[in-house]
Design a protein around this ligand. Structure first.
Ligand SMILES: Cc1cc2nc3c(=O)[nH]c(=O)nc-3n(C[C@H](O)[C@H](O)[C@H](O)COP(=O)(O)OP(=O)(O)OC[C@H]3O[C@@H](n4cnc5c(N)ncnc54)[C@H](O)[C@@H]3O)c2cc1C
Length: 398
């Protein structure tokens, strides 16, 4: 047993009305988790966490805890919030290694899940545990969505995802990798082949572009593309990252770890406006990433970036760099919407659903980033939990 984790758990006051739980989008039963853990009932604690959030092990590592549970801890008044994430991680890691799942009896209903990121995995766990036959499709070779193709290894060890695959398979989930659903295999095909409901959890994978000259050059890359496989890029000695969200921090820190000597984040606003979480920015600074504020790009050439200042001085200048990353958010790709009828989207291309996650097409549900726009893992899980209930109701009424 890890003494450090026990010490952390012992800092919890065991509040009668734990504000940490209210701050969590999936209302993790934190006080009970800590009580069970300290009284030697780690298996019960692990089961409880998994039942509430099948991605507890992931959320324990990548959630913005300072915004949710830890940010709501009463001990913040003394600047010593309980380290909820570390305790949850210890318990959920134990549970995932200790527990063997069993395939339940098939209830006669099959559901197709398109997209194997957090929204899809959460739904697969919830409904497979109840006996639904689940087939999960993904355009990538391995499941996980952003967890696999976006969040760098130094923040999320991919062995954890392999553990999740093992557990999904134990529950009978069928995984069909390397297939882009939408054009070749359509939603009509899925209904024809007996799926009672289709769940779209396809995320946001189409990088927004700046629309300026030079954006197609060989040393200009989109952040989300780079993170899929950083080792294939030859970036040179200096890199400038345009944008200052969490993805920009991940790109910058990954470039540092891949040997780039100078990594600069260029941002059109000031430090106080940085959209990334504070701890992500702090980590980037510790890793040696530099920041350059109040500049926006005008044009790229082979040697670097023409920019102008945005602090009111309206100066123009040029920054030399070997490579450039554009990190200004992503939109959904439209392969499903374009090639399948009756699926409505909003002006950003995000899927429109009712409050229960049903799209404009009967029997087709959706959750995660493809509905909400880029958010977080725990928010995708919270949404999928709600949609799981409405898919069950829908199938019951067929
Ligand atoms: C670099 C990066 C770092 C992040 N870091 C954090 C973090 O630290 N903490 C946090 O909480 N959140 C983080 N996020 C946000 C979080 O990862 C997302 O909110 C979450 O992954 C959304 O889950 P999802 O299931 O909706 O979509 P995704 O994770 O995007 O998964 C969608 C999957 O669908 C597949 N797909 C798409 N179209 C099709 C199709 N037509 N057919 C078949 N498959 C398809 C894609 O290949 C992908 O595997 C980060 C995001 C990025 C980009």
């Amino acid at each position: 047993m890890n003494k450090y984790t026990i010490d952390l758990a012992n800092t919890c006051l065991g509040c009668k009305k734990p504000s940490c739980e209210k701050g969590c989008p999936v209302n993790t039963p934190i006080a009970e988790m800590i009580r069970l853990f300290l009284s030697g009932e780690i298996r019960t604690a692990g089961q409880m966490l998994f039942d509430n959030n099948p991605l507890s092990i992931i959320c324990s590592l990548v959630c913005p805890h300072e915004k949710h549970c830890e940010g709501h801890c009463v001990l913040n008044k003394k600047k010593t919030a309980v380290s909820v994430g570390s305790i949850e991680n210890y318990i959920s890691d134990f549970y995932m290694h200790d527990t063997q799942f069993k395939k339940p009896e098939h209830n006669g209903h099959n559901i197709a899940i398109i997209g194997s990121g957090p929204a899809g995995i959460a739904l697969a766990f919830i409904l497979a545990s109840k006996g639904y036959g689940i087939t999960m499709y993904d355009s990538h070779d391995k499941i996980g969505g952003v967890l696999r193709q976006g969040i760098p290894d130094f923040r999320l060890n991919k062995n954890i995802l392999d553990k999740l695959i093992e557990k999904l398979k134990q529950l009978g989930v069928i995984i069909r990798p390397n297939i882009m659903i939408g054009k070749n295999i359509t939603i009509d095909d899925l209904f024809r082949d007996g799926f009672k409901a289709v769940f779209l959890s396809t995320g946001v994978w189409s990088p927004k572009k700046l629309g300026i000259k030079g954006e197609s050059l060989g040393h200009v890359h989109f952040a989300i593309d780079y993170l899929k496989n950083p080792s294939v890029y030859d970036l040179g000695k200096k890199v400038v990252v345009l944008g200052a969200g969490n993805v920009a921090m991940d790109v910058a820190r990954t470039a540092v770890r891949n040997g780039v000597k100078e990594v600069v984040i260029m941002y059109r606003k000031g430090e106080e406006n940085i959209p990334a979480e504070k701890h992500e920015v702090d980590c980037a600074k510790i890793d040696g990433v530099k920041f350059d504020f109040y500049k926006e790009p005008l044009e790229f050439n082979d040697k670097g970036i023409f920019y102008q200042t945005t602090d009111g001085t309206d100066e123009k200048g040029f920054i030399e760099t070997d490579s450039i990353f554009i990190s200004i958010s992503q939109n959904p790709n439209d392969i499903i919407v374009k090639n399948n009828k009756d699926i409505s989207v909003d002006e950003k291309g995000l899927l429109s659903t009712d409050e229960n996650g049903m799209t404009s097409r009967v029997g087709v549900f959706a959750s995660g980033d493809v509905v909400t726009g880029a958010r977080t893992v725990v928010e995708a899980v919270a949404f999928s939990k709600k949609v799981a209930v409405s898919i069950e109701e829908y199938i019951d009424n067929l």
